[in-house]
Design a binder for this molecule. Structure first.
Ligand code: FBP
Length: 549
């Protein structure tokens, strides 16, 4: 296959490793652990894998012990995130370091591959093609959830057939929760297979005191920030558009906040703040419109607004509207479908409760339509499809027109909308993600060699140079608590939302007024892969602020 010069150069990049992983490792056992909350309930559900100690790997100065070959199966689960191929390369090299006859099998298209026995053996040749590349295309990914005993048993058949000693599941909070349940199940039936998790997601919401960041967040936010920076420069050149930019991230606003820290936009909305302040959609629109008017008064009829993907669900009134709509349409689907499409909006307005009906009627036609038509297989609104960037642009326009009629000066307002998400998920990993992911893979191999199960691969101290990173393993049950899911209490890894008292948000909050009124844009430019550490090896602003003293 033809390759670009950068692809060729990148293929030769040797990821930087923590000191311990450059040598033979020894396992240092930490204290026994407890889950973050609901200890009794979690302990009862995980009798075989609860309370395990944290592990750290250190340099082993002693004689290398002969080890037997190990076979490992790997699964990529959920949305793509830059660096996944390096995790796999790290596991492969780790397995071969343990013994040259060890094998790595890749289950195809996510957890489904394990259940349906679709796999390939990953060879030197295949791995070398994918080192330091973006994407998950080496084996593909999927969103099937491993939740049923039947699936675990099906998986065990192929695990036994291939003599697999350990499974590594690379995924987000849900996939790692399922990995922990799988580890517990296999242990409870004495199945001779270990299960190790690995923290992936561009959303950045799989993090806690043990996991400093999930991989992919660094690269994805750098890609978005580059493009937002380009838009800001265009915006500051033409001085005639307001750009409404929606950023992926499902629920949490980590991506939008990180991009705001990187580019200093005029406005960035943080969903968690909207919810905490119980803001209505009108409050959000008014907040933006006021800044637009203020800038217009200075002759600046342009600007940028960053909007997190999950915003709609964090506006309490919208949440209530969506819940009533979901419920109403689930019970009246046939009747609704029989209504001619040009009358459906009025039909819904006539059926909803007073407050929700008023809110629904105030929404632009396209959004109202998305709320009633675009539903997932469970009948719920597909919030990610709602074009919040257009919705806010239109609503701000309407508000400004109102103010103009009332005699207020609002200048000229021309909104443009953008959505960035898929553009960043398969980008060539930054040095940070290339190094971090390779280290996570090598650490996973060390955990397998240590014979443990129910652990997540962890690399800490990430704002220091890679040499000083600390590799180890965290018992997954340590990150769990009980939460209501689909009407039932379930053990899950806590999802990390933006903390409003955390340093990244606090820094943003202290600067946003200045960024709103003045034009303080930063243009980060493209990710640099070759050059000085200042240029190429910088972690995210979020991580730097979180770890600042
Ligand atoms: P994960 O949580 O699986 O890592 O996926 C993250 C994400 O990219 C979200 O930001 C986005 O909302 C979602 O996946 C999109 O899902 P899909 O790839 O199925 O369209």
């Amino acid at each position: 296959m033809k390759k670009s010069p950068l692809q060729i150069a990148r293929g030769k990049y040797a990821p930087k490793l923590p000191k311990a992983l450059q040598a033979e490792v020894k396992v240092v056992l930490g204290e026994k652990t407890e889950s973050v909350r609901d200890q009794e309930a979690i302990k009862e559900l995980f009798p075989n894998t609860y309370g395990l100690p944290k592990l750290t790997f250190e340099v082993n100065e002693g004689v290398k012990e002969e080890q037997k070959p190990i076979n490992v199966g790997v699964i990529l689960s959920g949305g793509q995130a830059p660096g996944g191929h390096n995790v796999i390369a790290g596991i492969f090299d780790g397995v071969k370091k343990i013994h040259k006859d060890g094998k790595l099998y890749g289950f195809l298209m996510g957890p489904d591959g394990l259940v349906k026995h679709n796999y390939i053996e990953l060879t030197d040749e295949i791995i070398d093609e994918y080192r330091n590349t973006g994407g998950f295309d080496i084996i593909g990914s999927g969103r099937t959830k491993l939740e049923e005993t039947e699936q675990y048993d099906k998986g065990l058949e192929i695990i036994k057939k291939l003599a697999i000693d350990a499974l590594v599941i690379i995924g987000g909070d849900d996939s790692n929760t399922n990995a922990a349940v799988l580890a517990e199940y296999y242990k409870s039936i004495n199945a001779p297979v270990q299960v190790i998790g690995c923290p992936k997601t561009i959303d950045g919401d799989l993090k806690n005191e043990q996991i400093e960041t999930s991989f992919g967040f660094d690269t994805a936010t750098k890609v978005y920030s580059e493009v937002i920076g380009n838009i800001q420069r265009d915006c500051n050149s033409a001085r005639k558009y307001w750009h409404f930019i929606k950023l992926m991230g499902r629920s949490a606003s980590h991506i939008a906040l990180e991009c705001a820290l990187q580019v200093q936009p005029n406005i960035a909305i943080v969903s968690e703040e909207v919810e905490a302040k119980n803001m209505s959609l009108d409050d959000v629109v008014t907040y933006i419109a006021e800044i637009v008017a203020k800038r217009a008064a200075k002759g600046e009829n342009f600007g940028t607004v960053l909007i997190p993907e999950g915003l709609i669900e964090f506006v309490p009134a919208m949440k209530a509207l969506i819940a009533e709509l979901n419920d109403f349409l689930a019970h009246n689907e046939e009747e609704f479908k029989a209504v001619p499409s040009n009358e459906q909006r009025e039909y819904i307005i006539s059926k909803l409760s007073a407050d929700n009906s008023k809110l629904y009627a105030s929404l632009p036609a396209t959004v109202a339509r998305q709320l009633s038509l675009d539903r997932d297989p469970h009948g719920n609104v597909q919030v990610s499809l709602i074009e919040t960037e257009k919705l806010l642009g239109e609503m701000v326009g309407t508000k400004l027109a109102q103010w103009k009629e009332e005699g207020k000066y609002v200048g000229k307002f021309s909104p443009l909308s953008h959505f960035f998400g898929y553009e960043g998920r398969c980008a060539t990993p930054s040095n940070f993600d290339a190094d971090y992911c390779y280290a996570l893979g090598r650490t996973a191999a060390c955990l397998i060699s240590a014979g443990v199960t129910g652990y997540m691969s962890s690399v800490q101290n990430l704002t220091a140079p890679a040499e000083e990173w600390i590799a180890g393993g965290i018992p997954t049950t340590m990150m769990m608590n009980m939460e209501r899911r689909h009407g039932e209490m379930k053990p899950v890894i806590q999802k990390a939302l933006v903390e409003l008292d955390g340093k990244p948000f606090q820094y943003f909050a202290s600067k946003r007024q200045e960024w709103a009124e003045n034009t303080c844009y930063i243009y980060p430019g493209p990710i640099q892969y070759f050059g000085t550490p200042e240029l190429c090896d910088q972690p995210s602003e979020t991580l730097k602020l979180e770890q600042s003293k």
